[in-house]
Design a protein around this ligand. Structure first.
Ligand code: HEM
Length: 488
C-alpha cells in the first residue's frame, strides 16, 4: 500500500510498514540534537517539500516559503481544511475554532474575529486590557519581589512565571474580564497542567485517532495525556456557569457593548434565540471556543516574550537603539500605544526577529487534502496531511542569511522580508489570535524597553531551547532584573 502510494506523493525517505518513517525521523533528530536539526538532514536529501510517513499516515512538509504561499494562499480551497486527529480532537470533537471545519468553523471563527475586532476599535478594550495588565503586573511584582532604590524600582524574577501570569491575565481579561493574582493556586495549576499537556504530547498522540486514544487499551496513558486538558475545559465551564448564575440573580447585566468574550457570546446566543434561529452558539460550544482561545493564546505569547528577553539580554545594543526610537516617538513622557506602530520601525524589526528566532512551533498544525492535486510539481494524493513547515522556513538560509544570529537589522535592510515571516501560519486557517498576540508583543515589549533596563541575573541566558525535541520550542529558563529607567 505504501509502495503504491509513494508514487502519488512528494519524494521522501523509504517508509516501513506500520511505523512509516518514524525510525528515520527519530534517528536524524537524535543524531543532530533536535527536531529542527533532524528535519534539516532530511531536507538535504529530499529538498524543501517532502513526505514523511507518521506510521501509516503520509504527511507532507512544505519548508519553502514560495511553495507554502502558492498552496496555502493561492489555492486555499485545496489547502484550507484543518486536520485535527488524536489529542487535537479530544474534548473538541470537531467543535471549537481549532479542530472544526465547514460551517461550524466559519460561524465560530467569524464570531471570534469580529469580537476581537470590536474590542480593538472604538474604546479599544484590547489595548486597555493589555496595558492594565502590564502596569499591574510590574507594580505588583516590584512591590513583592523588588527593592526601591532612590524611588527607582528594581526587581528580579524568573522570566517564565512572570510572563505566564501576564499573558494568562490578558487572555483571561479578554475572555471573562478577570485577572489572576500571584500565587493563585488555580492559575498555578492551570499553567503547570498546560505545560505538562504540551510536554506529554508526542507524535503518536497527535496522529492516533481519538477513539483509539480513548479506548481501554490505552487506559494506562489516559491520565497523563487527557487530565491537563480536562482541567482547562472544566475551568472554562465553571467561569461560564458563574456568569450565567450572576445573570439569573441580576448581579450582572448584558450590555449591548460587551466588555468580554463571554458576554459577547451570551449576547449572540440571546440574539439567535430571539430570531428563532437554529444555532450552534450554545453554552457547551462556548466552553470549547474558550478552551481553544486559552490554549492558543497563553503559552504561545508567553514563550515568545521569554525568548524576546533572552535575545535582548544577549544584545544590549538592540535595547539601546530601540529605546532611543521609543523616546523619540513618545517624548519619554507617556506610554507607547498601538497608534505609534508606524513610527517605530526598529521596534517592529526587533519583534519580527524575535518571532523568527523563537519560531516557537517545532511542528505546525496540519491541513488535510481532500482531492488529488499537485505540490511543487509533484503529485499529492487525497487523504494526505500537509503543513507549512514554519520552523524550517524561518531558518532558510536563502531568506534569512546567518539564521542562527539574532539580528533585527535584517528586517530593516530588506522591506520584503517581513512578508516571508509566518509565525502565525499562512493562508486560510492561520492564527485567529494574531492581532491580539501582535498587540501584546508590541505593547509589552515596547513599554518594557521604555520603562526598564533589562539586566541578566547571573549568566546571560544561552540562546538555546530547553526542549529541542518538543512540539513547542521552549525558551531557556533564566532570571532577569528589571531596573526602572529614570525619567526626566
Ligand atoms: C505569539 C503568539 C502566537 C503564535 C506564534 C501563534 C501561532 C499559531 C499558528 C502557527 C497557528 C496554526 C496556523 C496554521 O494552521 O496555519 C495558530 C492557530 C491558532 N491560534 Fe495562534 N498563535 C499565537 C497566539 C494566539 C492567541 C493570542 C490566540 C487567541 C487568543 C491564538 C489562537 C489561535 C487559534 C484559535 C488557532 C486555530 C486557527 C484555525 O484553526 O483556523 N493564537 N496559531
Amino acid at each position: 500500500h505504501q509502495w503504491r502510494a509513494r508514487k502519488q506523493l512528494p519524494r521522501g525517505p523509504y517508509p516501513l510498514p506500520l511505523i512509516g518513517n518514524l525510525h528515520q525521523l527519530l534517528y536524524y533528530c537524535w543524531k543532530n540534537g533536535g527536531l529542527v536539526e533532524g528535519y534539516a538532514e532530511i531536507q538535504k536529501s529530499f529538498g524543501k517539500v517532502y513526505t514523511l510517513w507518521i506510521g501509516p499516515l503520509p504527511t507532507v512538509f512544505i519548508a519553502d516559503f514560495e511553495v507554502a504561499h502558492e498552496t496555502h494562499v493561492k489555492r486555499a480551497h485545496e489547502f484550507g481544511t484543518r486536520y485535527a486527529p488524536g489529542l487535537m480532537n479530544y474534548n473538541r470533537y470537531e467543535r471549537g475554532v481549532v479542530a472544526s471545519n465547514g460551517e461550524f468553523f466559519q460561524e465560530h471563527s467569524r464570531f471570534v474575529l469580529s469580537t476581537f475586532r470590536n474590542f480593538a476599535s472604538g474604546r479599544n478594550i484590547m489595548e486597555e486590557r493589555i496595558m492594565d495588565e502590564y502596569r499591574y503586573r510590574f507594580e505588583d511584582f516590584a512591590s513583592s519581589n523588588g527593592i526601591c532604590n532612590k524611588e527607582r524600582k528594581i526587581f528580579e524574577t524568573w522570566a517564565r512565571p512572570f510572563f505566564d501570569l501576564l499573558t494568562g491575565s490578558v487572555i483571561n481579561k479578554i475572555l471573562i474580564n478577570e485577572r489572576f493574582e500571584q500565587n493563585d493556586p488555580e492559575f498555578e495549576k492551570l499553567v503547570s497542567r498546560l505545560a505538562k499537556g504540551f510536554e506529554n504530547t508526542g507524535f503518536l498522540d497527535i496522529f492516533c485517532p481519538v477513539r483509539i486514544l480513548e479506548s481501554r487499551f490505552l487506559k494506562w496513558r489516559q491520565d497523563t495525556i487527557f487530565e491537563p486538558f480536562n482541567y482547562i475545559l472544566e475551568l472554562n465551564k465553571k467561569s461560564i456557569a458563574r456568569r450565567v448564575a450572576q445573570l439569573k440573580a441580576d448581579e450582572h447585566v448584558l450590555s449591548d457593548d460587551p466588555d468580554d468574550f463571554l458576554d459577547a457570546y451570551l449576547l449572540k446566543m440571546q440574539k439567535d434565540k430571539n430570531e428563532g434561529l437554529e444555532t450552534t452558539f450554545t453554552l457547551e460550544n462556548l466552553a470549547v471556543d474558550m478552551y481553544d482561545l486559552w490554549l492558543g493564546g497563553q503559552e504561545t505569547t508567553s514563550t515568545t516574550l521569554n525568548w524576546a528577553c533572552a535575545c535582548l539580554l544577549n544584545r544590549p545594543d538592540v535595547i539601546t537603539t530601540a529605546r532611543e526610537e521609543l523616546i523619540r516617538v513618545t517624548g519619554g513622557h507617556r506610554s507607547l500605544s498601538l497608534i505609534d506602530r508606524r513610527e517605530t520601525p526598529y521596534l517592529s524589526a526587533v519583534i519580527s526577529e524575535v518571532q523568527r528566532f523563537a519560531s516557537i512551533l517545532n511542528m505546525n498544525l496540519f491541513r488535510i487534502i481532500k482531492e488529488d492535486t499537485v505540490v511543487d510539481g509533484q503529485p499529492l494524493r487525497a487523504g494526505t496531511a500537509v503543513t507549512a513547515h514554519i520552523a524550517m522556513i524561518h531558518v532558510d538560509e536563502d531568506l534569512f542569511k546567518n539564521h542562527t544570529e539574532f539580528r533585527p537589522e535584517r528586517f530593516l535592510e530588506n522591506d520584503d522580508l517581513d512578508k516571508k515571516l509566518i509565525p502565525f501560519g499562512i493562508g486560510r486557517r492561520s492564527c485567529l489570535g494574531e492581532s491580539l498576540a501582535k498587540a501584546e508583543l508590541y505593547l509589552v515589549l515596547g513599554n518594557l524597553l521604555l520603562d526598564y533596563d533589562l539586566e541578566p541575573v547571573g549568566e546571560i541566558p544561552k540562546l538555546k531551547t530547553l526542549a529541542p525535541f518538543g512540539l513547542l520550542k521552549q525558551s531557556p529558563e533564566f532570571r532577569i532584573r528589571f531596573v526602572e529607567v529614570e525619567k526626566h
